[in-house]
Design a protein around this ligand. Structure first.
Ligand code: NAD
Length: 325
């Protein structure tokens, strides 16, 4: 692992020739998710242009937004902007909060059979009364660019090529493009949700010789029923620590192995001292950056990666179903 060391000599006013006290201070390298996501978007843009120049239709993404959740509106608008920036066509479908499960599934099924559409996503969370699992499973696996369908999770679990959940693949790309050493090392993932924690753990632990580009790490999954004392025992072993719990400040510097790579997936809206809302991660960034070798910020770490990978997944969906017109 690359490390940046800053040498600072305490008591600089000392005048004799012997240094009585010296201390090594280290600060983590900040992994710039915005920059890496920008690189991925450029790569996707080039691939989209080659795909279109080869005579194929421009890929198209449909984003379904149910209700008026302001955070969801922002996420969808970011995805639509990203699509435009890479030359992917997109359409946002707005549905009112009182849409029934049956009507929403019927709409999704009409997009499943529409040959002009390559990717479909439903922005989560959905309003009460709609069953997220059933809605996500109504999307055709070949158009499921979020990678949440059990066929896609099944492919990931069996080391088979397919659509990989965007946040998980984004975490992998951050680690790989930062050239973090992973082979045979220890990883700890905090959070076991089917959309985020579990697919991250699958990608970290699996065989790198499979089709998913997994990282061969010895991987532990912790969750809300892991006692805090046990949590620290596990996290202190982690060469790569991924926090995906949605609990601000859960990871403090006492819980981090010196030099570890800390990836903060958590995003929670909290009020600051002035009463303004800000986004915060699961990691106490200022404390942990003194111990870690690498760390992602929130915002500007995993968030932009999720959007960039979604574009990569949309292109993947188009290229793996070339018969769509
Ligand atoms: P979730 O609520 O479905 O799952 C949270 C997981 O964390 C659960 O498995 C739970 O057992 C575990 N957990 C909760 N409290 C814990 C604790 N004290 N100790 C250990 N484990 C604990 O949430 P999710 O959908 O998996 O999302 C997790 C976080 O990631 C949220 O903050 C969400 O906003 C964020 N997120 C970020 C991105 C991104 O692009 N950066 C994408 C998706 C989700």
């Amino acid at each position: 692992m690359l490390r940046r060391w800053v040498v600072s000599f305490i008591n600089p006013s000392h005048t004799n020739r012997t240094f009585h006290t010296s201390k090594l201070l280290r600060t983590a390298q900040i992994i710039d998710g915005k920059k890496i996501a920008g690189d991925i978007l450029n790569e996707v843009k080039q691939s989209v242009e080659s795909w279109v120049q080869a005579g194929n239709r421009r890929p198209k993404l449909v984003a379904i937004l149910v209700g008026h959740n302001p955070a969801s509106k922002t996420y969808v608008s970011n995805k639509v902007k990203a699509a435009k920036s890479v030359g992917i066509d997109s359409e946002t479908i707005l549905c009112s909060t009182d849409i029934t499960q049956v009507s929403l599934v019927e709409r999704i099924q009409s997009y499943n059979t529409d040959p002009s559409i390559d990717g479909i996503l439903v922005q989560l969370p959905l309003p009460k009364g709609l069953d997220e699992k059933k809605i996500c499973h109504s999307i055709s696996p070949s158009k499921d660019v979020d990678g949440f369908h059990s066929e896609n999770i099944g492919n990931l679990s069996s080391d088979k090529s397919g659509i990989i959940p965007a946040t998980a693949l984004g975490v992998r790309e951050l680690i790989v493009r930062t050239k973090i050493d992973t082979f045979g090392k220890n990883a700890v993932v905090i959070g076991r949700s089917k959309h985020v924690g579990l697919p991250i753990a699958l990608l970290l632990h699996a065989d790198g010789n499979g089709e998913t580009g997994a990282l061969d790490m010895t991987t532990t999954i912790c969750h809300r029923h892991t006692s805090h004392m046990d949590l620290q025992k596990f996290t202190l072993l982690a060469d790569v620590l991924v926090a995906a719990a949605g609990v601000p400040g859960l990871i403090t510097k006492e819980m981090v192995k010196p030099g570890a790579c800390v990836i903060d997936v958590g995003i929670t809206r909290v009020k600051d001292a002035q009463g303004k809302f800000k986004l915060t991660g699961d990691v106490d960034f200022n404390g942990v950056k003194e111990i870690a070798g690498f760390i992602t910020p929130v915002p500007g770490g995993v968030g932009p990666m999720t959007v960039a990978i979604l574009m990569k997944n949309t292109l993947f969906a188009a290229q793996h179903n070339p018969k769509r017109t």
